[in-house]
Design a protein around this ligand. Structure first.
Ligand code: S3P
Length: 167
């Protein structure tokens, strides 16, 4: 079976959906943000504040190359993995790209009490979410399956992905 690669904006539900999907299908689960933190020995926020976003993106592409070589995995990606089209090309070799979509308001509700995402530590996070979603829309469109998670539970999203993968 091909890897299932979850892409989508922060707060789209990739982590919770990914873990449950892996359990349901008996697949392993790996998260590019976790790989970056393990390899660098730093938190994502420390990489951003100490070395900048560009360095983070390099480490992210290294993590993508590594996880792209794995088999039988649900691969959870950071929301900005799609910014480099080479990342998606690498992930697609062994995998099907599943884009989890949600409205800006839903994303805001899901992330507003969390502090670990440097890009959203700004005075007006909802405006930032809208701006980033808009600027990344072409990148997120590079997918094989798209699921709108706005009004769905985690289990419903998992069910939808399983149904769509069978087609
Ligand atoms: C980012 C998303 C984050 C993390 C980093 C940058 C982004 O991952 O990789 O903070 O650019 O959208 P999640 O989507 O898992 O929050």
């Amino acid at each position: 079976m091909k890897n299932i690669v979850l892409t989508g904006f922060m707060g789209a539900g990739k982590s919770s959906v990914g873990k449950r999907l892996a359990k349901r299908l008996g697949l392993g689960v790996v998260d590019t943000d976790d790989v970056i933190e393990e390899e660098s020995g730093m938190k994502i926020s420390e990489i951003f504040s100490g070395f900048g976003e560009a360095r983070f993106r390099e480490l992210e592409s290294e993590a993508v190359r590594k996880v792209s070589a794995l088999k039988d995995q649900v691969i959870i990606t950071g929301g900005g993995v799609v910014l480099n089209p080479e990342n998606i090309t690498a992930l697609r070799k062994n995998g099907v790209i599943v884009y989890l979509h949600a409205s800006p308001e839903t994303i805001y509700q899901r992330v507003k009490n969390e502090t670990h995402r440097p890009l959203l530590q700004v005075p007006d996070p909802l405006a930032k979410i809208r701006e980033l979603l808009e600027s990344r829309s072409q990148n997120y469109a590079n997918n094989d399956i798209e699921v709108d998670t706005t009004n769905l539970s985690v289990d419903e999203v998992v069910g939808e992905i399983i149904n769509r993968i069978k087609d």
